[in-house]
Write a protein of this length. Structure first.
Length: 400
């Protein structure tokens, strides 16, 4: 380091105050520069311009070395699983399966599910019309998101609620960096779900014109065989609903805490689509995405060296004052809204189109069916540096 040169700001993603509310820390590191020190041999990218560009930069890889300290949790669970799933593979390696999964979660498919989503939301909201109580997690966000993704994958409905849901909820911790020790529930969930999907695939045969499971079997790597399909379907059991669920949760909290915006949505439910986008920007469901530098990458007045981990701080970029007017304020009609909450490029969120449709339908139904939505008790967070997750959001509601 050149004499007198000031080191970039540091942030600890695992510190309790950051896990609880990362945005004050984001403001500090973003003001200090485009890079912050984020962990062992790691950089965090703080500003929207750089994050948006690097999301599409092929000099960054999704494949990490086996001894990378950030991903020891995934290795403890199953190194093979972690290496097989699409997010940890580069585009040339994963294009076969990725094309099939994109097809299953395409914008067209998402739009065609809107009526099904609306019927499901209406069913789930009906009890609250009588009780005046609604837990936005257990009674709405999770069952909608999990039901829809399981139906799109083709998992049998009879076993989904009782057996797949609880395990998919625990599965997220299997794919989270920075975890200090193995999580037994995540291990057990991963083992059970792999066996469940493997048994389910016994009834399918490779068919490029069949359902999602048939199509994935048809393009599976011969060297990996069915195990490649198993692990990516297991990953879909989690990733296919996590973004939607967290967006509905953070949006519900935002509306309850911002009554003017709730009244605005009530007066014009057609704002539900832009509201969903704003909730993704304001409190990003996934706070960052990890990459590995393959080549020297200039960011600001520094160069990220090859072999360094690079964390693109989506939640930080979404509050960038140079891009978003009054970024710490909710504006459900915000236009334009170039947030990066769904990532970008070929590694962008697979379920983004579905999340947009589900969010628009859910918030439109909430606005039409309830006159008031207030917090009945303090929301309970699921502590995570990566996800903005909630265990419970007790709401008091009154019928419209």
């Amino acid at each position: 380091m050149t004499a007198g040169r000031v080191l970039p700001a540091r942030m600890d993603p695992l510190s309790p105050e950051v896990v609880d509310d990362p945005y004050p820390t984001y403001a500090r590191v973003r003001a200090a520069g485009p890079l912050c020190r984020f962990g062992p041999a790691s950089w965090g990218v703080t500003r929207h311009r750089d994050v948006a560009a690097l999301l599409r930069d092929r000099r960054l890889s999704n494949t990490f070395p086996e001894d990378d300290p950030q991903f020891r949790m995934a290795r403890d669970l199953s190194q093979e699983v972690f290496r097989r799933i699409i997010p940890t593979r580069d585009p040339d390696d994963h294009s076969r399966l990725h094309q099939q999964m994109v097809r299953a979660f395409s914008p067209g498919v998402a739009r065609r599910t809107a009526a099904r989503i609306g019927a499901l939301v209406d069913e789930l909201l009906t009890p609250a019309l009588d009780t005046g109580r609604l837990d936005a997690v257990a009674d709405l966000a999770f069952p909608v998101a999990a039901t829809v993704v399981c139906e799109l994958i083709g998992l049998p409905a009879a076993r989904t609620r009782a057996e797949v849901w609880p395990r998919s909820a625990a599965l997220g911790r299997a794919f989270t960096p920075f975890l200090p020790e193995t999580d037994r529930a995540a291990v057990d969930a991963l083992v059970w779900l792999r066996g469940y999907v493997r048994d389910l695939l016994d009834g399918h045969r490779p068919d490029p014109d069949g359902d999602l499971l048939d199509r994935m079997l048809a393009v599976a790597d011969p060297a990996e065989g069915v195990e490649e399909v198993v692990d990516n379907i297991v990953f879909l059991c989690f990733t296919g609903y996590e973004t939607t669920m967290n967006m509905v949760c953070t949006g519900s909290v935002a509306l309850a805490r911002n009554p003017d915006e709730w009244r605005r949505l009530r007066a014009d439910p057609s704002l539900s689509g832009t509201a969903a986008e704003e909730f993704v920007r304001y409190d990003a469901p996934i706070q960052y995405t990890a990459r590995l530098a393959l080549e020297p990458i200039p960011v600001g007045d520094r160069v990220i060296r090859p072999g360094r981990s690079v964390f693109l701080l989506l939640g930080c970029a979404n509050r960038d004052e140079d891009v978003f007017a009054d970024p710490d304020r909710i504006d459900i009609g915000r236009r334009p809204n170039p947030h990066v909450g769904f990532g970008g490029g070929v590694r962008g969120c697979l379920g983004a189109a579905l999340a947009r449709v589900e969010g628009a339908v859910i918030f439109e139904r909430l606005a039409r069916r309830f006159a008031t939505v207030d917090l009945a008790a303090a929301p309970v967070r699921e502590p995570s540096a990566l996800f903005r997750s909630y265990a419970s959001i007790p709401l008091a509601v009154t019928p419209a």
